[in-house]
Design a protein around this ligand. Structure first.
Ligand code: CMC
Length: 472
């Protein structure tokens, strides 16, 4: 496997060299967002909470001016060159790279969590084929919560049984607050004084490492099922002989990937696993900070990621390239887009004012795949992307710090792996579950509910006018 995929490792190492050489040419330092934080903290906040510091974290760091991305102290290029998604997930969650034994144990835990049969069975009862893949994925996490925790079952409710003595199945209650003595509230469900045993044994709590592992593994299985249902096929059983990345390609495409394809999918998963306090991570953390639970928190991350300004941009890029369709038309399209002051999808970033290191890796991977196995259409789209990149960097790079971001080349890579455009953002989510859950786990250690203020800019002292007296 390693020798077969050596070319990929070489491409990544070369991308790192190129990135470092370019940063040396234009060193611009940004204010360091490195800790520790001493609360309360002074920061200059722009619209969209730009510059606001939400918390301290040891999980990852984005240096926007140097184009650097660090997971737990490790450079993203090194992790892509040498690591795997399983190992990176462990690193993000537990803070260190796993030892051999820890790696083996963690991988087998993830493997164990791949199968979510009840979730898939329930999902198939919904019109998934008519749903946006991200909406279906989000629904899947809700169903998984039900399958994995039983948290909404009557039997799981913590307060009910202690309030009833063991030999009673009814308690006196008032039907109206008038003090009737004989009103009775009947419990019609099963008799018993405690939660059913299997709820305790088989199902876990909705927060902590158990749901985290389940989600990292299970969301991938749900994504596979969503794609299969969308095209009228039956979901596939996960293949325990494949890695997380290989199994993901298999469950989506129905084809066992080649070692190169598996390796490339693994690299895309590593690249998307975490990225600072982005919108979806923040959404996830806000939900978790209310002491809601991991499944609902991840569901809100999926919702936030779906937007075209965030993870949804990867699908928009492919649509944009199809619209341009030809490298020769790129210039005209670019001029018109700039004139209309429209944004180019896959370009720009709130934090990066340099080339996004993830795009540095994905660009060469796209080129490799296009050269080796691209269809005529994808070759044309790749050539169009390269032309657009040249034009956009020349106009917007120096002046506005706008460069390709992670979403610019990922769609071409996914397309070459046989992934349909509708699933691009779902793949982003499958990977980002590792970052979301790691950050939630870290934040919950010293949880404080997120509760910023809005500045009220409305009026005061208005006199209430009854509806009949209001002017039409
Ligand atoms: N194309 C052209 N101009 C742009 C672009 C772009 N893609 N992005 C920003 N600008 C310009 C923008 O017009 C504005 O110019 P001016 O100051 O003259 O009005 C300036 O740059 C600042 O833009 P902004 O919208 O205030 O920047 P932001 O930090 O709020 O937005 C962004 C960041 C990622 C939402 C934005 O760059 C964008 O919409 N990009 C396109 C969508 C995209 O590719 N999103 C994926 C982001 S990376 C993956 C992820 O995190 O999900």
């Amino acid at each position: 496997m390693v020798s077969k995929t050596k070319e990929i490792t070489t491409l990544i190492k070369n991308a790192k060299k190129e990135a470092r050489a370019e940063v040396k040419k234009t060193p611009q330092e940004e204010a360091p967002y490195t800790g520790p934080v001493k609360w309360p903290v002074n920061c200059i906040v722009g619209p969209g909470l730009e510059g606001a510091i939400a918390c301290e974290s040891k999980i990852g760091y984005v240096n926007g001016s140097k184009g650097e991305l660090i997971y737990r102290g490790y450079d993203i290029f090194d992790l892509c060159a040498h690591s795997s998604f399983e190992e990176v997930s462990y690193l993000l969650l537990h803070g260190e790279l796993p030892t051999g034994k820890q790696h083996e144990r963690f991988s087998s835990q993830l493997l164990h969590c791949r199968r979510v049969p009840q979730t898939i069975r329930t999902l198939m009862g919904f019109p998934v084929e008519k749903m946006n893949a991200m909406a279906a994925l989000r629904l899947g996490t809700n169903l998984m919560r039900q399958e994995s925790t039983y948290v909404d079952q009557e039997a799981y409710r913590p307060d009910r049984f202690p309030s009833i003595s063991a030999d009673e199945d009814s308690i006196p209650m008032e039907t109206r607050p008038r003090g009737e003595k004989h009103a009775i509230y009947e419990f019609k469900e099963k008799k018993g004084g405690s939660k059913p045993k299997e709820v305790d044994k088989k199902y876990g709590p909705p927060v902590g490492f158990t749901p985290t592992y389940r989600l990292i593994s299970g969301v991938a299985t749900i994504a596979g099922a969503v794609e299969r249902i969308r095209r009228g096929a039956l979901p596939l059983e996960p293949d325990p002989d494949l890695s997380h990345a290989g199994n993901l390609v298999y469950m989506i495409t129905g084809r066992r990937p080649t070692p190169i394809e598996e390796r490339i999918m693994d690299v895309t998963l590593i690249l998307h696993a975490d990225h600072g306090m982005n919108a979806s991570t923040f959404a996830t953390m806000v939900v978790a900070s209310t002491l809601s639970d991991m499944y609902l928190a991840v569901g809100s991350g999926i919702a936030a990621l779906n937007g075209p300004l965030h993870g949804g941009a990867n699908a928009e890029v492919l649509k944009m390239l199809r619209e341009i369709d030809d490298p020769k038309k790129a210039k005209g399209w670019f001029e018109q887009t700039c004139e209309k002051k429209k944004k180019i999808m896959g370009f720009g970033h709130r934090v990066y004012k340099a080339y996004d290191p993830r795009a540095r890796v994905l660009g060469p991977l796209a080129e490799y795949l296009v050269e080796n196995r691209g269809s005529d259409e994808i070759k044309r789209l790749y050539a169009t992307a390269k032309e657009l990149e040249k034009l956009a960097i020349a106009r917007l790079g120096e002046t506005k710090g706008i460069f390709p971001n992670v979403d610019f080349y990922s769609g071409i890579v996914y397309s070459c792996l046989g992934i349909p455009v509708e699933m691009f953002t779902a793949l982003f989510a499958v990977s980002r579950v590792a970052g979301w859950t790691s950050r939630v786990m870290e934040y919950l250690e010293n949880n404080r509910i997120f509760r910023p203020r809005a500045v009220y800019a409305g009026s005061f002292g208005k006199k209430y006018v009854p509806v009949a007296k209001r002017e039409e």
